[in-house]
Design a binder for this molecule. Structure first.
Ligand SMILES: [Zn+2]
Ligand SMILES: [Zn+2]
Length: 358
């Protein structure tokens, strides 16, 4: 079925908007027409990210690039192109695509390097934040934000790469995680699970994860993604050190955004090791000499990923035979978006995804 043969003037679709009081609302929208350089994507999978919960669903916290403009939510969209606008150069109707979730100006230094996430132009707009996102049956996308989804990957695999897995991959890549490393992950939410799956694929020998939630610790263990799941409480550091010959892990990543977990990530990093912060929001306070300088640690801040690295990620997932959709614990139809957000906000689940039937 394609809407390409129908008139779209009268056609409308429901879209999810987030008023910012832990509820969802449905509004009716016209099905958009792709303009120059744009494609119309029929949504197949559209997942919920921790940032949706933190900065939009509970309350509208964001400013600038995280400022929510009342658009259709959803910044992890994946689907099939049903219509291309004039001037499109690569994609055709029928192509399966992941959508890199930020459309940048295209001409600044960051955009030239594929980091549309870091574009500071006023024309920068993220899907689900400042322009309509994936929690609707159709999404209007810029062709230059589309990445071809390899045949072996499911639409849910693709959706998870659009933000969460892309974010984990970028940080691990920046730390050059390899077979020489043991990896510590603080926070076993969806990005933590992604870091575990990708860290293993990159060669990390031992993977240790921490979280406050028993459910999340159990999920990470049951999926075989971590070798050791530790409750993030008083004795966590001792357990990490004990498991690593008293050294700590060569690489660590905080995926929680919580101050105690950020500190634990640093404390659990071996001297001369690398630590990355990707969990958003909040603050952290620690003794800089003791935990950073004297340990000779390299600390990375890493924000989402680039177009090129997203493309590299889906290519590698295909080659490795890995499926991010293994971390999906809840699949719900668009009509149950309220339940989907509630589950994701509960902080006890793996990834929650809205799926669309044909
Ligand atoms: Zn996100
Ligand atoms: Zn730009």
């Amino acid at each position: 079925m394609s809407i390409a043969n129908t008139t779209t003037t009268a056609a409308s679709m429901p879209g999810v908007v987030l008023p910012g009081n832990s509820t969802v609302e449905f509004k009716e929208y016209p099905i958009p027409e792709p303009g120059h350089g744009q494609v119309l994507v029929r949504m197949k999978a559209s997942s919920i990210c921790g940032s949706d919960i933190r900065a939009i669903y509970r309350e509208h916290l964001g400013m600038g690039p995280e400022g929510y403009q009342g658009v259709i939510s959803g910044h992890e969209p994946c689907g099939q192109i049903v219509k291309v606008g004039p001037g499109c150069k690569q994609f055709r109707a029928g192509d399966r695509v992941v959508i890199y979730h930020i459309s940048g100006c295209g001409v600044c230094d960051e955009c030239h390097h594929g980091y549309m996430i870091s574009c500071r132009s006023g024309s920068r707009a993220a899907y689900g934040w400042q322009r309509d996102g994936g929690h609707a049956p159709y999404l209007l996308a810029e062709e230059n934000t589309c990445i071809r989804l390899p045949d072996s990957l499911s639409y849910i695999d693709g959706a998870f790469c659009a933000c969460g897995f892309g974010t984990a991959y970028e940080a691990l890549r920046r730390m050059q995680v390899s077979g020489q490393d043991r990896l510590l992950i603080t926070g076993l939410g969806p990005v933590g699970l992604a870091s575990a799956m990708l860290g293993r694929a990159l060669g990390a020998a031992t993977i240790i994860g921490t979280d406050l939630s028993e459910n999340r610790l159990a999920l990470a263990s049951d999926l075989g993604l971590v070798d050791l799941a530790i409750k993030a409480e008083g004795g966590a550091l001792d357990e990490i050190l004990q498991r690593t010959g008293g050294h700590g892990c060569e690489a660590s990543i905080d995926c929680s955004g919580a101050a105690p977990a950020r500190l634990l990530a640093l404390q659990g990093t071996r001297d001369w090791g690398r630590c990355a912060y990707v969990g958003e929001g909040g603050t952290v306070s620690f003794e800089v000499s003791k935990y950073l300088i004297h340990k000779q640690i390299t600390l990375f801040g890493s924000w989402v990923t680039s177009l090129r690295h997203l493309e590299e990620l889906v290519e590698r997932l295909d080659r490795w035979g890995l499926h991010p959709d293994r971390t999906c614990t809840h699949r719900l139809p668009l009509s149950e978006a309220g339940k989907a957000y509630e589950l994701a906000a509960g902080g006890q689940t793996g990834k929650v995804c809205i799926v669309f039937e044909d």
